[in-house]
Design a protein around this ligand. Structure first.
Ligand code: ADE
Length: 259
């Protein structure tokens, strides 16, 4: 189902939680709600672009279904994920943004039938994001992080943009021990993730299956360590939605408009 009266491709913006989405929803023009598969989707325009806002909820199964509805039911031409993640790599700190180049499932292990982390029958462990959309998203994140000098800005001082691999799994990583075990196992297989979350790899796989462009950014809400469960809710409520809103604003302004 395409948006009525729209010549432009539909951009879907996916977040995990309502707290990450509400800034975008407040700005949505001509908002119309549709419920599919028990999920609420908001259709409307942001900066003249037709958009569908969706909530993946938490975890890979929920995210897979939301992504499939956005593509199969709403005919989304591209999906952008905006949410939060735990920082893994050194120097990836709370308030930074990680733009994904590709995704891996850190909890996928069908060995000895297939190598650990490999998605069975795909012959690969990592699913890449769309190069062009990721380049625009990186630019948008840089613009927002480097131009936010006002004191009232939600952007944390010294916040940086990183690009690289993100690991997804059905686990909230909340201890330093778990975080280093996860990193060493991945590194042993040649993968060095910058951050960990619970949905991206699933959406990347769905988008690859459908041939739909995918890009993702995650604001670092915690360091996936022993204080992650304290840092995460505070950050999501106070900061994440504003990051999402500002960076999506920049991105939507920069999207190509067909002539
Ligand atoms: N999303 C944000 N922080 C996370 C963490 N520590 N583990 C998994 N997903 C997260």
């Amino acid at each position: 189902m395409k948006l009525a009266n729209s010549r432009l491709p539909l951009t879907a913006i996916l977040s995990a939680l309502p707290e990450e989405q509400h800034g975008l929803l407040e700005q949505l023009k001509g908002a119309q709600k549709q419920t599919v598969a028990g999920r609420d989707f908001w259709l409307g325009q942001l900066h003249g672009q037709p958009v569908a806002l969706g909530l993946s909820r938490i975890g890979k199964v929920s995210a897979t279904l939301t992504a499939a509805v956005l593509i199969g039911h709403f005919a989304a031409s591209r999906i952008v994920f905006t949410g939060v993640a735990g920082g893994l790599a050194q120097g990836v700190k709370v308030g930074d943004v990680v733009v994904a180049e590709d995704f891996i499932q850190h909890d996928l292990d069908a060995s000895p039938l297939f190598p650990r982390y490999e998605v069975p029958l795909y012959g690969r462990s990592r699913f890449p994001c769309d190069l062009a959309l990721t380049a625009l998203l990186t630019l948008a994140a840089h613009r927002v992080l480097t131009t936010s000098t006002q004191t009232a800005s939600p952007i944390l001082a010294g916040a940086q943009v990183h690009r690289g691999l993100i690991a997804s799994g059905d686990r909230f990583v909340s201890s330093a021990t778990e975080s280093s075990a996860l990193q060493s196992a991945l590194q042993g297989a040649g993968h060095t993730p910058l951050a960990v979350e619970m949905e991206g790899a699933a959406v990347a796989q769905v988008c690859a299956d459908y041939g739909v462009a995918f890009a993702a950014m995650r604001t670092i809400s915690d360091r996936a360590d022993d204080t992650a469960h304290i840092d995460f809710p505070t950050f999501v409520t106070d900061v994440a939605s504003l990051y999402a809103q500002r960076i999506m604003d920049e991105l939507l302004r920069s999207l190509p408009v067909p002539t």
